[in-house]
Write a protein that binds this ligand. Sequence first.
Ligand code: 1BN
Ligand code: ZN
Length: 400
Amino acid sequence: MRHADVRAPTAPRGLILAVLAIMVVASTTTGTHASFDRATPAGICSAIDDLQFDGARANASVAWQVDLGPRTTGSNASAELRSTITADLESLGYDVSNQTHERFGMELTNLFARWPSNSTGNGQLVLSAHYDSRNVADQDENESNQSLPVPGANDAASGVAVLLELARHIPAMDLDYDVLLFFNDAEDQQPKYTLGAEAWAENLTEDEINATHAFVLLDMVGDADLQLHDVAPGNATLKSRVVELGTSLGLVNGTTACNEQAGEDIIQYDTTVHVLDDHVHAHNLGIPAIDLMDTSFGEAKPYTFGSYWHTMEDTPDKVSADSLGKVGRLVELGLRTNAFVGIDAHQEVQEHDSPSPDGDVEGVETEDHPRRNTGLTVMAMAGLVSIVGLLVVVELKGKR
Ligand code: 1BN
Ligand code: ZN
């Protein structure tokens, strides 16, 4: 008697192997990333209880930096600031280094402090601020002030102060990616903006680019009348996460915060301002980038970032512990919820630049670009097609 074939239907061997091959290739092209795993409102709200950022300490740092004198590129005050940052962060256990570059007859010095994660190979998040203050108060209404260097309380010291205060808390966060604090130089020196960040970007290897989750820039974040605008160009996912974090913290008008309070009108992402700031160089390499910036410092003044911007009025009394605390807590919450990592840059439509508010600015170009690991993906796809083709041939031969 012939027995019926009662074996469960099986997928062809080739198909199984092909699926396995796809899984292997997919894992090599995407890597392992921490994800925005506390993305539920409840998850973010519970992380708020852990926040440690102290706005008063950051505010004291602003006053101290301004007291050093103008931190123009190559100045003694600039060197003094660097050596204090180096000593402070080394004593916290950071790995501190610097890189110098010659640009327009200036020697600029970029300063880096790395907090390595416990697990290796999970990439880095870059948090950056410029530490140089502008060499000329060229927007000052008083002509005799226009050749003087600005105090740079908001436009320099505020971003550095937030990074330094975050630096005290990052070691205890137990993040599974490295954090690179990048204090960039020569952002604000004539004749050209963002020279330090540009030099850094020019010297990145393909591997370093691919290992960088995001570039988060803090610029002019201390204004006592804080308003953070949507800065273009920038990464849309990072922006939406900032709005999400800000909503939880009560920084978005018309929303309710975790503490049930109505949101303030701080994060105003319905207003877009085009600024070719330091983050543009990372953005142009395909690194997800965002500029957290208050583009209205003082009264509104056409074609500028407000009446105090690039004037002698950029002093510590225009900056507040409250504003620094709000921005610091926002970034800290982003770190604690993995909001700045695991961004899929493929899904982004890249934003284009448009003229900056300063008419005679020698800007930088943004580019339309696919994500930087396209080459790797193409190679992987070619490999995958070959493997599947081979398996189909083997399968067909087996059937003959
Ligand atoms: C931001 C604050 N910037 C300078 N001070 C950068 C900038 C770039 C400003 C281009 C205007 C145009
Ligand atoms: Zn400036």
